[in-house]
Write a new protein. Structure first.
Length: 552
């Protein structure tokens, strides 16, 4: 998530552009635009089509409105050059969390909970945002193996669509601002399955730009436009991926954290009607979403005050640099373990929080995952009393009823620190509550809604923190993972599921299919050593409570 250094940017550029002269790169006619490949890597045999517009510029009158399909512009061939990233913010508290993951996730420093907490307390310099971000950011990238592209009129390749996480306030498509690239997944698909698969990665509006909520937004704008951006990009894949050699009938959506939660929301949209989802399979890595779909009451008025606007009409006339800075500052000052903005019920696309009552599209096959220490970065080290814990809980879950908070504090996660409840102090109590309520119980929910279509794994490379698995899913040419074995296992599972619908793992050279998650919670444990069959250790009793609450 952190801003890319010039060295990393150069590394990414070099890896992606072992290219033939620009004039030799192929051009795709998408009807509304002619798009030329940005680069071709002769070593990996991968064409990269960067920055393909899938939605109109959302500045001015299109702010806080649903995305629109691109206008026709065929005069100039687009080559995908330039920088495209949506405006975003980075919570100050998350800087310490990411630094801590980097220290202990590398495997070079022995991990224990005490040293984890001490490292989390260290001061980290504020992040510098890339000044090139722009509201005109509805673009996606397509990575296509040369063999697939050249044979696109015959058999079509499976497609993997990546929706990034980042609490709905930060992040971008692959290869931008320090995001890794899908080279490992593409190589595995080619080695194991011949011609390979296609990877698509997309941007969507973030923070106030994508998830501003409130009565005036409902009246004069549209709620959850960032989620609707994703939907438009997924529909773009359905319309156009065939021209790149992709199979629109074999699309897998993959996301981590907020990206995975977004995918679940797409599966629940339209009442979860069978066949209504614009993809056919889903890989849900640590699906993280608040148990109540709401934003702090202060989010909308604080943002409007910071841009000196009293209405959405006025806000649409404000210079975008003012909005970009206001959004960044608001997110930077977010309370511990919060991101300010969230998906909210809109009466149409998003109807309810995710719970046991949610209906999901039963036609979508699922590979769901969580990490072994999901709650590890979600705590405030200054919380040392019940009063402070109460305030932290109110801030963490916007709209939490007082009676529900009392039950959480006194019954479900009481101040009993002898280890019998899975925590030993205020730090680990916060970790347990946040990790289960926001991630682990969503993992169980996604794993249980369709037993005959669902597979699962747990990522347990020490410390198993939230987001740590991203460096294993994708490849960063400057920072190899602590365990190459775990990366091979994870990429094999993702590629196998994308290509065939059945994830596999290998032990001593023998490839084995994943078991169904089923009622026993069977899963594959991906650790630093060889993968093993195991079962879910998530607290089902507490998760039953989380999953059956209507929070009204």
């Amino acid at each position: 998530m952190r801003a890319v250094s010039s060295v990393l940017a150069l590394s990414l550029l070099l890896e992606q552009t072992i290219a033939s002269p620009c004039s030799a790169l192929p051009i795709i006619d998408l009807g509304y635009v002619r798009q030329q490949a940005t680069s071709y890597n002769a070593t990996t045999d991968i064409y990269t089509f960067s920055n393909i517009r899938y939605g109109q510029d959302t500045t001015g009158e299109l702010r806080f409105r649903a995305p629109r399909e691109p206008l026709t512009d065929r005069e100039t061939v687009q080559d995908g050059s330039g920088f495209r990233e949506c405006p975003q913010g980075f919570p100050n508290w998350l800087l310490a969390a990411e630094t801590t993951i980097g220290v202990f996730g590398s495997g070079k420093v022995p991990f224990n909970i005490s040293s984890w907490e001490n490292a989390f307390n260290e001061t980290v310099p504020p992040i510098n945002f890339n000044t090139q971000t722009s509201e005109d950011c509805l673009f996606l990238d397509v990575y296509v193996p040369g063999k697939v592209f050249k044979e696109k009129t015959s058999a079509k390749a499976p497609v993997l669509v990546y929706i990034h996480g980042g609490g709905l306030v930060l992040g971008s498509k692959l290869g931008t601002s320090g995001q890794s690239i899908p080279s490992g997944l593409l190589a595995a698909s080619q080695q194991e399955y011949g011609s390979g698969m296609i990877v698509v990665a997309l941007n969507y509006r973030l923070g106030a730009f994508g998830f501003l909520a409130g009565p005036e937004v409902e009246k004069e704008g549209v709620l959850n436009v960032g989620l609707l951006d994703q939907r438009l990009a997924l529909e773009w894949v359905q319309k156009h991926i065939g021209q790149f050699g992709g199979n629109a009938g074999h699309v897998t959506a993959i996301g981590e954290s907020g990206g995975a939660a977004s995918i679940l929301l797409h599966m629940a949209a339209n009442g979860g009607k069978a066949g209504s989802t614009p993809f056919h399979q889903a890989i849900l890595q640590s699906p993280a979403i608040a148990p109540i779909l709401a934003e702090p009451p202060s989010a909308y008025p604080d943002f409007m005050a910071s841009i000196n606007a009293t209405s959405l009409d006025e806000a649409r006339k404000v210079n975008q640099s003012v909005l970009i800075n206001a959004n960044a500052q608001q997110v930077a000052n977010a309370d511990f373990n919060t991101f300010v903005y969230n998906v909210v019920p809109d009466g149409s696309y998003v109807r309810n929080p995710l719970s046991a009552y949610t209906k999901f599209d039963p036609n979508v096959k699922v590979l769901v995952a969580h990490n072994s220490f999901e709650g590890g970065i979600f705590f405030d080290p200054s919380v040392k009393t019940e009063a402070q814990f109460s305030e932290w809980l109110s801030n963490s879950i916007a709209g939490l009823p007082s009676s529900t908070k009392e039950y959480l504090m006194k019954t479900l996660y009481p101040p009993i620190f002898d280890g019998s409840r899975g925590y030993t102090d205020y730090d680990t109590r916060q970790m347990a509550l946040w990790g289960e309520g926001f991630v682990d119980c969503n993992f169980l929910l996604a794993g249980s809604f369709n037993n005959s279509h669902t597979y699962a794994y747990e990522f347990s490379v020490t410390p198993g923190a939230h987001t740590q698995d991203l460096g294993y899913t994708f490849n960063d040419p400057t920072t190899p993972p602590a365990s190459t074995s775990a990366q091979r296992t994870l990429q094999e599972a993702i590629v196998g599921f994308t290509m065939t619908g059945i994830p596999t793992y290998s032990v001593s050279g023998e490839k084995r299919p994943f078991p169904f998650f089923g009622k026993d919670g069977a899963l594959v444990d991906i650790s630093a050593s060889a993968p093993t069959l195991s079962s879910s250790q998530v607290n089902e009793t507490r998760c039953h409570w989380w999953q059956t609450q209507r929070f009204v």
